[in-house]
Design a protein around this ligand. Structure first.
Ligand code: FBP
Length: 333
């Protein structure tokens, strides 16, 4: 047979995996809707300058951050995409203070969390950005969705992953098994499996941290990052890379190995990144790709959220590199 369809599609992989499980199909539908939102966001990112959508809206979001026009567009795309198919009962966004409840979807089994446009500080300089998503099974389907459906441990996620809007657009996800990477073929508007069963390499790659924050860190953190900078970290020498978009920095770490860090600060011990919208979903991917994620003390996946927008320090990537960072933070190396 001629080989015109060179790669598996999302549907091929979902059907194959679903055949191996008792999945109802709702989860596959959610993941398909995430990729639809991703394709729409990717197109808006691609055309932002042409359509006057660079820059800020003038608003400030729940995080106290200036909202970019594409933040707003991306958030609205998710709401509209999931309003039209009854597969999630409610949706929480990093941009919005409270979850959005789909009244007409009360019997849906799942809730969705998302950071609609991660790294949106890169909008105006045409650098990579992404979208992060997380899916939880509801505690009580049928009851009106509540905050309790969202305040969970990362280990309870049933699916998580991200879209990366880079030179190519990618979709990376796990449903608790292998981590699969798909690349968008813009010519046909479909994602195709190009990176099956992704595993984080150990012993290579980069350390990735915003070193301009050094004066904000405590001494142990300063010593630890300095050891990576001078090539004296126990895990060995690493190059330095920092794109300023967590999804892009994590994807490079997933492919090449290394560690991404957003440490806590003396005046901001919880750091900047959000547990439910950033750390937990990427920790879920990292774990299923053989990596690890920690807040400096605990496994990110063991942390039960007490607030929807709570922040955590984040050390994420190759097991050996994260272990080296944590051992230096503890003063053991
Ligand atoms: P948002 O853009 O969704 O707020 O994400 C936070 C983030 O942009 C990460 O993507 C990125 O890794 C980090 O902040 C960069 O922070 P800083 O500019 O302080 O280094």
């Amino acid at each position: 047979m001629a080989d015109f369809v060179k790669h598996l599609t999302l549907a091929d992989v979902f059907f194959r995996d679903q055949a191996a499980s008792s999945a109802s199909g709702d989860l596959s539908t959610i993941l398909n809707r995430v990729t639809l939102a991703g394709r729409l966001i990717a197109n808006n990112v691609l055309r932002a300058a042409l359509e006057g959508r660079l820059g800020k809206t003038g608003d400030v979001n729940v995080q106290g951050e200036e909202v970019k026009k594409l933040d707003h567009v991306s958030n609205e795309i998710f709401r509209e995409v999931f309003d039209r198919v009854p597969v999630v009962a409610a949706m929480a966004s990093e941009e919005i203070e409270e979850p959005f409840v789909f009244e007409q979807h009360a019997h849906a089994k799942y809730v969705l969390l998302h950071d609609p446009l991660d790294g949106s500080g890169n909008v105006d300089c045409d650098l990579p950005m992404g979208t992060i998503f997380s899916v939880h099974r509801r505690r009580e389907p049928g009851a009106v969705a509540s905050l309790a459906d969202f305040l969970r441990k990362g280990s309870e996620q049933v699916a998580a992953g991200y879209l990366l809007y880079g030179p190519a657009s990618m979709f990376v996800y796990t449903v608790g098994g292998p981590v699969h990477g798909f690349t968008l073929d813009r010519a046909v508007g479909s994602f195709f499996l190009t990176h099956p069963n992704m595993q984080i390499p150990n012993g290579t790659g980069s350390y990735s941290v915003n070193e301009s924050n050094e004066s904000k860190w405590d001494e142990a953190t300063q010593r630890m990052v300095r050891a990576f900078r001078t090539g004296e970290a126990p895990c060995g020498k690493r190059s330095a890379r920092y794109v300023g978009a967590l999804v892009a920095d994590f994807h490079r770490t997933l492919v090449q190995g290394g560690v991404y860090m957003y440490p806590g600060e003396v005046k901001r011990p919880q750091g900047k990144l959000r547990l439910l919208f950033e750390a937990a979903p990427l920790a879920f991917v990292a774990k299923h790709a053989g990596g690890v994620a920690s807040d400096g003390v605990r496994d990110i996946l063991d942390i039960e959220a007490s607030e929807l927008h709570q922040r955590v320090p984040l050390y994420l990537g190759s097991a050996g590199d994260v272990a080296a960072a944590l051992s230096m933070l503890r003063g053991e190396a």
